[in-house]
Design a protein around this ligand. Structure first.
Ligand SMILES: [Zn+2]
Length: 138
């Protein structure tokens, strides 16, 4: 258990927000720590949330979406968004599924997508392009 390939804490930009499962309020995310079979979210409210994937029983797919605003929800639309999820790959070579991370930055017109093999932690697909030139695939 010495060399996990994707276990470094992922530093989250200030003001990423999501609903804290404990408070049921939108709070800043301080940190997301990804391990092979668990994901830990640390929130500004002091709570943290650990999501564990039990590999040998039922596969649990997780999904996290966050938004960053300069003002209050309902008053201004978010200028940054991220989507963070694990999902089946549909590829027999990737039986453990994949982790997809999408960052959308409307201020800087950037779209970044990274897909990681959950089994090996290796990046298997990357897209980095201008948001206004990005065409979502169906
Ligand atoms: Zn909380």
């Amino acid at each position: 258990m010495s060399s996990k390939s994707y276990s470094q804490p992922q530093k989250i930009p200030k003001n990423w927000r999501m609903i804290c499962p404990t408070c049921q309020k939108e709070v800043d995310i301080l940190e997301i720590i990804v391990e092979n079979n668990s994901t830990k979210y640390k929130f500004a409210c002091g709570h943290s949330h650990i999501h564990v994937v039990l590999q040998e029983t039922i596969k649990i797919w997780e999904s996290l979406k966050g938004k960053l605003r300069h003002g209050q929800p309902g008053e201004v639309s978010p200028h940054k968004e991220f989507i963070y999820k694990t999902m089946p790959s549909g590829d027999p070579h990737l039986p453990e599924g994949v982790r997809m991370i999408i960052n959308i930055d409307r201020e800087n017109n950037k779209y970044d997508q990274v897909v990681v093999d959950l089994k090996t932690g290796k990046i298997i697909h990357e897209e980095h392009e201008l948001l206004d030139q990005h065409k979502p695939k169906k």
